[in-house]
Design a binder for this molecule. Structure first.
Ligand code: SF4
Length: 636
């Protein structure tokens, strides 16, 4: 193939933002190749990235606008579909909470920004959100308090040079495999890699040290590490910065001092002496990278606060190779947050849908995973639902109007990775169906209501968003096209040099398990097919890998330890009934794994009824993300 047919682009399947080439002559797509010069992925792609081109050849595309008539969808022109949306939207009052908008964390920044304008200027609604925002909002709030801006501190490239890497919880080789590979490479070159995780994940096995604590105690352990660090610091203080002058320091230190080594060990299963040894390594490290998962399966706020406080306490955060990064599973979660699509009210769309007497009557949805459709009955009974997506999904059954969107590489767009790196993908393939990019669709809907956005192309949208989005002012399509993206600038935030400790409460986790419900169930990731991802189902190879899991465990699986399996007298692949303490239940196969602790169990999110039937009724557990622990019983 002619080298001119290798078009550089960004993988759009997780928040790592790996660089890749799309092999295409502009009409036909031949595959994908890794981009060796990319500073983060450095010639690596995971299985999802290697097969991302399959998303361009699937038949499961939405190719034209559609309108539901007499219960059936029929093709429509853009003019007809936009006129219907305009007419129906004008019948409802956005300011009264009647219009909800569910954006996508996979949309480009340009689409997210134009959609935000549509919400504010045309629909006049604050009721907007992104599916995965609840977890990310906590990360952003904690980071903004600690570092003065809502985004990662430092770059993912720091992993390659840091002395010490702390991975708190995240099953990163599944969620962001290329970052996982980089951490493993760092460990091989001599960096100390430490994982805090109650399961023996792959990254835990590859780490220098794994602390396999009891579920729900990651924050406590991070605080204990801070206490041990502080004890060394008072004896041998060689730091120059005035950490002890930062707001919140005195209260933080007082809280840390209240940690009891006996209570710590009882709650977490980890000895304080081991944490004291760990603190010595941390104290000697010149550069420190801390990574944790953000988004739907992220950590709870107290744990994130413990992480950002520890980072400040190390006093190494001004080193060029130090970083604190909330790693996102979805490609443009950070960018969608930056574009304001999380709205002022956080997860309010879902709350409105779940609250029977809320005023919501209309829903406008962009590219949403059908597996996490919540409140399906309520959505089906709304007065009007519009849906826009490149791919078919179960949401189509609920929509009155449907718009197609271009797939990745069929239009220009920028995406902001987990470490604030903003990257551009140009239109590298012919848009075979001539569908409007999202920003152009939203602009036409606005125009039909008499409001002109005035955009001529995607670069033009970007210039507008750069002028109105903090941190983006120095960026442009032309600049981003020259290299491998640029991090948005934290200095645009007035508090970016005013660091502060978050307030913490030291709490000792009490297991919610009982004699009747003796297992602590945790929820997490599965490779190839996480979050019931609508996109992965459209691929061939990643889907085949997933199907192999389902051939072995057609009803999904619950992982338990060999000892617990023996006590329960169950064998691998036997179907068991899992019942929670509030009565939700599911039938599922046993997968015996030495990676989970006795008394704990693990189910990946992708299992079909996991979220809708089992997890959602546990509102607190759902909000706790990776820290969710549900007491269950397992019966044959
Ligand atoms: S790690 Fe993420 S961005 Fe990189 S190739 Fe895999 S899915 Fe794509």
């Amino acid at each position: 193939m002619n080298l001119a047919n290798y078009k550089p682009c960004v993988c759009n399947l997780c928040g790592t933002g790996c660089g890749q080439f799309l092999k295409t002559d502009g009409q036909k797509v031949y595959g994908v190749a890794p981009l060796i010069a990319h500073p983060v992925s450095k010639g690596k792609l995971c299985i999802r990235g290697w097969h991302s081109n399959e998303l361009l050849s699937t038949n499961e595309r939405i190719t034209e606008p559609m309108i539901r008539e007499n219960g059936q969808l029929r093709p429509a022109s853009y003019a007809e579909a936009i006129a219907l949306v305009t007419e129906r939207m004008q019948q409802f009052d956005g300011t009264a909470g009647e219009i909800g908008v569910l954006a996508s964390a996979r949309s480009s920044n340009e689409d997210g920004y134009a959609l935000n304008r549509l919400c504010r200027e045309v629909f006049k609604t604050d009721l907007r959100g992104i599916g995965a925002e609840a977890g990310h909002r906590k990360s952003m709030a904690s980071l903004e308090h600690a570092f003065g801006y809502p985004g990662a501190h430092g770059s993912l490239t720091s992993i390659d040079k840091a002395d010490y890497i702390l991975v708190v919880g995240t099953d990163i080789t599944r969620q962001n495999p290329v970052i996982g590979g980089n951490i493993h490479a760092a460990q091989r070159r001599g960096a100390r890699v430490v994982t805090l995780c109650s399961s023996r994940t792959q990254i835990a096995k590859l780490s220098t040290k794994h602390y396999q604590q009891k579920p729900g105690t990651k924050g406590l352990l991070v605080n204990a590490l801070a206490k041990a660090l502080l004890a060394i610091r008072t004896i041998n203080h060689d730091r120059k910065a005035n950490i002890d002058q930062l707001p919140g320091y005195a209260e933080y230190v007082a809280s840390l001092r209240s940690i009891s080594s006996v209570a710590l060990e009882r709650a977490s299963g980890i000895r304080y002496e081991d944490i004291e040894e760990e603190a010595k390594h941390l104290e000697h490290a010149k550069s420190i990278v801390i990574l944790f998962s953000s988004g739907i399966s992220g950590l709870d706020r107290p744990t994130i606060d413990a992480i950002t406080n520890l980072a400040l306490l190390t006093d190494r955060m001004d080193h060029e190779h130090s970083a604190v990064i909330p790693v996102a599973g979805i490609s443009n979660l950070q960018g969608s947050f930056d574009m304001g699509m999380s709205g002022e009210l956080g997860n309010s769309v879902f709350k409105a849908l779940a609250t029977p007497d809320s005023p919501i009557k209309v829903l406008f949805v962009i590219d949403h995973d059908d597996g996490i459709i919540r409140d399906k009955e309520r959505i089906a009974n709304l007065d009007f639902v519009a849906y826009a997506c490149a791919y078919k999904s179960a949401f189509m059954d609920l929509a009155d109007v449907i718009f197609p969107l271009p797939a990745y590489n069929e239009t220009d767009g920028t995406y902001t990775a987990s470490d604030r790196r903003v990257q551009i993908t140009h239109q590298n393939v012919n848009n075979p169906h001539g569908v409007l990019p999202g920003w152009a669709l939203f602009q036409q809907i606005a125009a039909a209501s008499g409001i002109e956005f005035g955009y001529s192309d995607t670069a033009n949208v970007f210039n507008d968003l750069a002028a109105h989005t903090k941190g983006y002012a120095e960026l442009s399509h032309a600049g981003l096209s020259k290299g491998f993206g640029q991090h948005w600038n934290p200095k645009a935030f007035p508090n970016s040099r005013k660091r502060k400790f978050n307030a913490i409460n030291v709490e000792y986790w009490e297991s919610p398990t009982t004699a009747e419900f003796p297992f602590a169930l945790m929820i997490g990731k599965a490779q190839h097919y996480w979050h019931q991802n609508n996109l992965m189902r459209k691929t061939i190879v990643p889907r085949r890998e997933y199907d192999q899991t389902l051939w072995l465990y057609p009803q999904g699986y619950i992982e338990i330890s060999p000892e617990d399996a023996s006590q329960l007298k169950v064998k691998d692949k036997w179907i068991v009934n899992v019942r929670s303490s509030i009565g939700t239940q599911m039938k599922i196969a046993v997968k015996i794994s030495p990676d989970v602790q006795n008394g704990t169990a693990y189910i990946p999110y992708f299992i079909k009824n996991m979220i809708s039937d089992f997890l959602l009724p546990y509102e607190n557990a759902y909000a706790a993300g990776e820290e969710s622990v549900i007491p269950i019983q397992i019966q044959e």
